[in-house]
Design a protein around this ligand. Sequence first.
Ligand SMILES: CC(C)(COP(=O)(O)OP(=O)(O)OC[C@H]1O[C@@H](n2cnc3c(N)ncnc32)[C@H](O)[C@@H]1OP(=O)(O)O)[C@@H](O)C(=O)NCCC(=O)NCCS
Length: 184
Amino acid sequence: MLNEVMPEAVNIRRYLDVTLTAEIERGIDAIFFESSNTKSFATEQSRAAFRERWLGRYLRDDPQFAYLAMTPPGDVVGYLVGAVDDPAHAPRFADIGFFADLRGQTKQFPAHLHVNLAPEFRNRGIGKQLVDRFLADAKVQGARGVHVVTSAGALNVSFYNRNGFAEVARIGPARELVFLARAL
Ligand SMILES: CC(C)(COP(=O)(O)OP(=O)(O)OC[C@H]1O[C@@H](n2cnc3c(N)ncnc32)[C@H](O)[C@@H]1OP(=O)(O)O)[C@@H](O)C(=O)NCCC(=O)NCCS
C-alpha cells in the first residue's frame, strides 16, 4: 500500500534515469489529473490537449528538468516538470498568453516549474525536495531566477512562500493568478 511508505523512503530521481514503464507513465498521469483544478473535459481530445499543455510537452521537450518522487518498489508518488529558458521568448510556450504580458518578470525569473504529489504524500516535505533538485539544476544552467504561476488563494501559495518564492505580479481579469518568484 502506498500510504504505508515512510516519506523518508521516497527518493527523488531524474526522469531520464528512470526506465519508464506503462505503470510509471500511468502513475504520473494519475497524479497530474488528480492535482489539477480542471476535473471534467468535454471530449477526450480536450483532455489530451490539457495534459499536453501542462505536462506532456515538458516531459517530451525538457526531460532533463523532470524529476520523479518514487517509493523503493518503484511507484511514482510525485513529479516536477520544468524549463529554464525564458517562456516569453520560447516559441513552444507561445500558446500561454500571460507570458507575453510578463516579459519584464520572466526575463528576471525565466525558469518555471509544475510540481504535484499524490494526496497521501503531501505535507511531508517531498515537494521541497523536488523543488530543490530543479532549482539546483536551473542554477547550474545559468538561470537567474525561477517563477511559478498559481491561483491567488491556493493552498500551495504558503508552500512556495516557505520555499523562498514571493509575489511579484498578479495576472488575469480578476487578478486571480499570482506570479511568485525567487532569485537563484
Ligand atoms: C504543493 C505541493 C507540491 C507541496 O508539496 P508538499 O510536500 O506537500 O509540501 P510541504 O510538505 O513542504 O509543505 C506543505 C504545504 O503544501 C501545500 N499543500 C498541502 N496540501 C495541499 C493541497 N491539497 N493542495 C495545494 N497545496 C497543498 C500547503 O502550502 C502546505 O503548506 P502549509 O502547511 O503551510 O499549509 C503538494 O502539496 C501538492 O501536490 N499539492 C496539490 C497540487 C498543487 O497544488 N500543486 C502545485 C500547483 S502550482
